[in-house]
Design a protein. Structure first.
Length: 427
């Protein structure tokens, strides 16, 4: 039996051996993307990632980012050719199921994994090979496995929220849980009851404190480690693309390359199978404490949300058609970074060691006190540029004179190395 996945086709087998290989690949794809069901349990997702790692040991690394209230691991797969530990390339974060009930978002991240690792179509191969060569993908299919478990077991509790025992009665019941996408620390709860809820029973409950939840902490730790240049968090509920800042009142960087790039994506995305175009929005309704705004403010990540469907697909065909369209979002975003205008670089000290430095683009005004630094492990930074032009990249370490370099944003993806003249004094 042949699995039909849009964009994934197999050359006809000529020999028995090819048929055996094809069958094996076919089985694997069925495992990744069963055509009849999108209800992947946390255990199945963990097994799928482990299987992907077993098949691609040099291209993947399995990680457990954290553990939920109910003890489930938050599993992730890093993908890139000849993956190093740690890896020097820019990282793109793809995640699903911040809200456990949004099961299609899990499939979308699993599809990205399948495309990156298993896809052999002539049309997609050059792009996928370039992505694997030049980028590392951090794929987290289920940020909220407890919520996924709740929906799959028809639990009475909220499948949107995690499994925090809010009232501490020793069990997770209908009113428990935290909305993880209201729990991130940037402007947590700052809109009062308009952007999230202080009521533990509410489905938008923001949690007892900023970043109180193990899932939030796990995602933040991974982001701080990898400094993703871009991220997409997949959700469902409508068809839209959301670009930061999503919270009302925050002043965007000027120019706001996140919005500009998202506009480019929205224009290029095919029409959604549920009969509408992807519309770019700041938000769907007032929100605070989102992962998107935290990533943007903390790291400068071009952090998008893709609202992937108005409603759950009713048939396997509809589900596959939606995934086929949504796949364009992360692929186009990666194309845009690699094609430019964008800039990548490293900051080092006089001794040639990587340095944690603030890096800003002189032509971009940051208005919310953002301090976007290089990545701790290798002094690396990566930024999308808003458009063609000449940009001044400025690197600063406290107590040292700033250094700068000009890059030509016409030239696609510019690279620059900045040397801080004096080695920082030893402690
Ligand atoms: Zn959602």
């Amino acid at each position: 039996m042949r699995v039909s996945l849009p964009g994934v086709r197999w050359a006809p087998s000529e020999s028995g051996l090819n048929r055996v290989i094809d069958d094996a690949v076919s089985r694997l794809l069925r495992w990744f993307m069963p055509s009849s069901s999108s209800r992947r349990s946390p255990e199945q997702v963990a097994t799928t990632l482990a299987e992907a790692h077993r098949r691609h040991p040099t291209r993947t690394q399995l990680q457990t980012l954290g553990q939920t209230h109910e003890g489930r691991p938050i599993v992730a797969l890093l993908i890139g050719d000849a993956l190093q530990q740690p890896d020097p390339r820019p990282v793109v974060l793809l995640d699903g199921a911040h809200h456990g009930g949004e099961l299609l978002s899990v499939d979308i991240v699993l599809d990205a994994i399948a495309v990156l690792l298993e896809n052999h179509t002539p049309e997609l191969a050059p792009r996928v090979e370039r992505f694997r060569r030049e980028l590392v993908f951090l794929c987290v299919p289920e940020v909220n496995p407890d919520g996924v478990h709740a929906v799959l077991t028809d639990s009475a509790r909220s499948d949107r929220k995690n499994a925090r025992d809010n009232n501490e009665n020793g069990r997770v019941d209908a009113a428990d849980g935290v909305d993880l996408n209201r729990n991130y620390p940037y402007r947590w709860g700052s809109l009062g009851e308009k952007g999230s809820s202080s009521d533990p029973k509410n489905v938008y409950y923001r949690g007892p404190a900023a970043a109180s939840e193990p899932e939030t902490q796990a995602m933040m730790a991974a982001a701080l480690e990898h400094h993703p240049v871009a991220s997409i968090s997949f959700h469902t509920g409508t068809v839209a693309l959301l670009a930061p800042y999503t919270i009302a009142g925050a002043q965007n960087p000027e120019p706001n390359e996140a919005w500009i790039v998202a506009e480019e994506l929205a224009r290029q995305l095919p029409r959604h199978p549920q009969d509408r175009d992807f519309v770019l929005k700041k938000n769907l309704y007032p929100v605070d404490g989102t992962d998107q705004d935290w990533l943007r403010h903390e790291l400068g990540t071009l952090a998008l949300i893709v609202e992937s469907a108005r409603s759950s697909p009713k048939t396997a065909e509809e589900r596959v058609a939606i995934i086929d369209v949504v796949r364009h979002s992360w692929m186009l975003l990666c194309d845009r970074f690699l094609d430019g205008p964008s800039v990548s670089g490293q900051v080092k000290n006089a001794a040639g060691e990587p340095v944690v430095a603030t890096v800003r683009i002189a032509e971009q005004a940051l208005q919310e006190g953002e301090v976007w630094t290089t990545r701790m492990r290798d002094g690396r930074f990566d930024r999308f540029l808003p458009g063609p032009g000449t940009y001044t990249i400025v690197a600063e370490v406290a107590g040292q004179p700033a250094v700068s370099a000009q890059v030509d944003g016409m030239a696609g993806r510019a690279t620059v190395e900045l040397i801080i003249p004096e080695a920082p004094a030893s402690p």
